[in-house]
Ligand binder design. Sequence first.
Ligand code: PRP
Ligand code: MN
Ligand code: MG
Length: 180
Amino acid sequence: MMLHKDVESVLLSQEKLEKIVKSLAKQIEKDYNDKEFMMVGLLKGSVAFMADLMKRVNLDFSIDFMVASSYGSGTESSGRVKIVSDLTLPVQGKDVLVVEDIIDSGNTLNFVMNYLMTKGANSVKVCTLCDKPSRRKVPLVPDYCGAEIPDEFIVGYGLDYAEKYRNLPYIGILKRSVYE
Ligand code: PRP
Ligand code: MN
Ligand code: MG
């Protein structure tokens, strides 16, 4: 496979991503079997992961999306999270599973989880593809996690740098020269 010229190396290959998604889907099926639940993807980063994950979860559930952004175009979280686009479905009384591509500082999810609880969700859990626990600024432990990753800037499979690279089918480490 041809590597993008801005990518240093592959961290999670397409094959590895598929295995991770299958394994997470199995755990979710087991835990949400008897629940009336809703999968909420945080756009835009979760787009590829959510699309693959939901197809592997063999249960009846609804899906919805939110846009909550804190990064802008840089590589550091600003800490100020805002809801750019809200849910379309009511969450009152629902068990909500938030789907994220990556947890870094934890600011985005911390804000979104509180918001969903305020809206009357029965429970709010988190399924993240990647976790960078070394960068955490607010205590937050994902309920489902695909991979713990080192403190490198990663792109692909939904993850961007300055809105680029989301379409790469793998997750790769971005060359430092691109952002330094
Ligand atoms: C990125 C990423 C997570 C969040 C993680 O989203 O997709 O949602 O940052 O960082 P945090 O834990 O420090 O909050 P971003 O705001 O870049 O928007 P995007 O999903 O559209 O890329
Ligand atoms: Mn995001
Ligand atoms: Mg981003």
